[in-house]
Design a protein. Structure first.
Length: 82
């Protein structure tokens, strides 16, 4: 009999990241399981910094330090009346 698969975390939270050199990256995915609790969105910064360091190791170019992060707001799409 096959084993039942465990449920995956319920998605990702998207962040816009602004770096000290003025560059911006949008829609950076952070697992929802990394967030919450008393720390709020602080774990997202750590997660994104870890991603950036891995990327810079592979590419050979370093990223500027993160200036700020902000959650991406969901845009409301109006339903068309038929």
């Amino acid at each position: 009999m096959a084993r039942k698969q465990q449920a995956w975390p319920s998605g990702f939270v998207l962040f816009d990241v602004i770096y000290e050199d003025g560059t911006q990256t949008s829609n950076r995915k952070v697992p929802a399981t990394e967030l919450g609790g008393l720390d709020g969105d602080d774990p997202a910064r750590t997660f994104i910094e870890t991603q950036d360091s891995k990327i810079s190791e592979m590419s050979g170019t370093a990223r500027a330090p993160i200036k700020s992060i902000a959650r991406v707001r969901k845009s409301k799409v109006k339903a068309k009346a038929s």
